[in-house]
Write a protein that binds this ligand. Structure first.
Ligand SMILES: Cc1cc2nc3c(=O)[nH]c(=O)nc-3n(C[C@H](O)[C@H](O)[C@H](O)COP(=O)(O)O)c2cc1C
Length: 162
């Protein structure tokens, strides 16, 4: 199969795979940064850990590796606006002005109304192709009572039930 066909088929396949939507955040000398990311996965329970995959072109890529902590905020279905703001560089100014963000000193911002927010200590970084994989060990977790996560499927934001 030609490389371009393979890439197209892979893209098509990925469009059929539903993903939950997250905002990954860090704090950099008093300035919060964040990115919308679906390439997030739990990794292990021993120790509790997860990974996030970040494109080298994203602003956060240059600095996340210099931080001690990051936060994965899984979005609730109500927060589709946040997903748009954190995935569009023209909306950078609006990002942390939308929603209720909690900060604790230089710790990464937590979204108060996230479906779940998970603060991790950065443990490892691996480079592959255009992306880096950042592995974090879970240090604290907050979970929202009502379970209705924001899901991305076939280019559209929705809920678990469609
Ligand atoms: C639904 C969705 C999921 C995304 N997932 C990722 C991801 O997992 N990793 C990534 O690096 N970019 C991902 N992106 C792209 C970034 O959110 C986007 O390029 C962002 O604008 C980069 O941050 P910046 O504007 O601060 O440079 C995703 C975008 C959307 C709309």
């Amino acid at each position: 199969m030609a490389a371009s066909d393979l890439a197209d088929n892979f893209r098509r396949a990925m469009r059929t795979i539903a993903s939950t939507v997250h905002i990954v955040t860090i704090h950099v000398d008093g300035t919060p940064m964040g990115i919308t990311a679906t390439a997030v996965s739990s990794l292990a329970m021993e120790p509790p850990s997860l990974l996030v995959c970040i494109n080298e072109r994203a602003a956060i890529h240059q600095v996340i590796g210099t931080r001690t902590h990051f936060c994965v905020n899984a979005l609730h279905r109500d927060d589709v606006e946040l997903a748009h703001h954190f995935s569009d560089y023209r909306m950078r100014e609006l990002r942390f002005r939308t929603g209720t963000w909690l900060t604790d000193g230089e710790g990464p911002p937590r979204l108060a109304h996230a479906q779940a927010s998970i603060v991790c200590a950065l443990r490892q970084e691996h480079r592959f192709g255009t992306h880096s994989i950042f592995i974090g060990e879970v240090e604290s977790v907050a979970v929202r009572e009502d379970t209705d996560p924001l899901v991305y499927l076939d280019g559209v934001f929705g809920g678990f039930g469609g």
